[in-house]
Write a protein that binds this ligand. Sequence first.
Ligand code: KDG
Length: 335
Amino acid sequence: TGPVVCFGEVMLRFATPAGRVIADAQSLDLTIGGAEANVGVALVAMGHGARFVSKVPANALGDKARAALAGAGVDVAHFVRGEGRMGLYFLEVGGSLRPSAITYDRAGSAFATAAPEEFDFAAALQGASLFHISGITAALGPGGVDLARAGIRAARAAGVPVSFDCNFREKLWGAWDSNPREILLELLADATIMFGNHRDMTLLLQKPFSGDGAERRREAVEAAFATFPNLQVMASTARHPITQTHHRLSARVDLREDRHQTAEIEITDIIDRVGSGDAFAAGVLTGWLEGGDAQKMARLGLAMNALKHSLHGDWLRLSREEVDGFTGSSGDVRR
Ligand code: KDG
């Protein structure tokens, strides 16, 4: 199979040491994030090709992000280097008593201010098996919406299926006069694979879909298939926090003619859950690329989602053996 083309903003991530608020931190751990980049890195770890299309500033920060992705095995030939600043995000690491918190410092980034014509989507999409994008790009502002539209249009023109992770980011949509529902409905019309949790579905379909209860999830899936005629795969996770560092997780993948809902698994001693949704997406896409059924996609997604909670940083770079071992060869995820 050809590479998955991931399109989005790559960011520098600065995390406080555990037990320190930003106000008191004297050092910050620097790693690389950005939802679509995270998906690319995890796909490569699972043995698939990923090509990342993005724009970074022509300076040491942009070069660092590009080099880190290249070091993880992602094809960065379609990175654009140019005007603008690097997008940053700061993670105040929580713990058993306090949630983690993200502060963005990304307005006016090289990516967010890029024009669609700066990207050679047609070249990047050559031989690709999938185009992966998320709602974060559109949430960046009207320019981001244009970028998302251009990428999806190019994928359609090239006959490459689109994977879309809704990835609702309230802080980003709330920073401008946006209509996320209208925009996401438009972008999702061309999606073959969709990732959407209960919050995304509530926004899109204007009905409350709480994560609880198989019945509600089934309704949300039915509504998604009815609303988006091109949709073939709908994937979601449900998370039930017990404490800040102990959650129960399950995954559900629906195809038009097949579905699988995993059992709930316990995630304890959570080290870092940022990027777990991206790891889930990469797991589902791995199953899809390998021609797997709903069960394989859901099990790989859940295993990678779960394993990401044990790792610092946004990225899941584990061996395929470890992920497959966690998934088990029959039944549901082994604990
Ligand atoms: O999914 C992880 C992302 O939230 C993180 O990398 C930052 O891309 C990011 C965003 O916009 O939230």
